[in-house]
Design a protein. Structure first.
Length: 211
């Protein structure tokens, strides 16, 4: 078992049952990022906040500073003499991740003009490409707008990861990796999702930005 997962399950022993699916989710993201893919995320309420949180850990340094390669810094300085190096040293390595919950103008327009249940599905259709990954958060596993997003992702040839409660709900059948934490109480489910996605972000950072 990965050392990060060992630490996580030491702190949260009840998550040990989720290890196979967590490892599967990690591998789906590792392969996607290594092939130039991106990550899309969707969820509602507190799960929407989780989407934003994951993007914050992947798009900038989390446990590592993710310094740019010297060759890249030199290219910046060559292109923009006198300020290029300063620009480059203030940039960090990133894993491309997009939270679909953030686009308020689009979300309200689509919900009003077309169908509320299709807000995330439309974004997946617009952004998604084969080999990309969609992470869907739903404590019940039955949020209709999340299910529609997963259906579109599957049709496009994307990989799908679900974060849910004990049963996994309807979305379990639509996910290549389904992380179902052992609880049926919404706050408890969300509390257990956080250490899992923190572990996944740290594991990915270790692979792509070794310190």
């Amino acid at each position: 078992m990965n050392e990060i997962l060992k630490i996580t399950t030491t702190r949260y022993p009840e998550l040990e049952a989720c290890i196979p699916e967590i490892e599967a989710a990690f591998e789906l993201m590792r392969v996607s990022f290594s092939q130039g893919g991106k990550l899309l995320l969707c969820g509602n309420g507190g799960s929407a906040a989780d989407c934003e949180h994951v993007v914050g850990e992947l798009m900038k340094g989390f446990m590592s500073k993710r310094l740019l390669p010297v060759s890249t810094i030199e290219r910046f300085e060559t292109e923009f003499p006198g300020e290029g190096a300063s620009i480059a040293t203030k940039l960090q390595g990133a894993l491309p991740a997009i939270s679909l919950v953030s686009h308020s103008a689009f979300l309200t327009a689509y919900a009003n003009d077309v169908a509320p249940e299709m807000i995330y599905a439309q974004q997946v259709y617009g952004y998604g490409r084969p080999g990309d990954v969609l992470i869907a958060f739903s404590t019940s596993g039955n949020s209709v707008n999340v299910l529609r997003a997963l259906q579109v992702a599957k049709l496009l040839g994307m990989k799908t990861i679900g974060f849910a409660g004990m049963s996994g709900g309807k979305m379990k059948a639509l996910c290549d990796a389904s992380i179902c934490v052992p609880s049926e109480h919404t706050p408890s489910i969300q509390e257990r999702h956080l250490p899992i996605y923190h572990a996944l972000c740290m594991m990915l950072e270790e692979v792509f930005f070794p310190s």
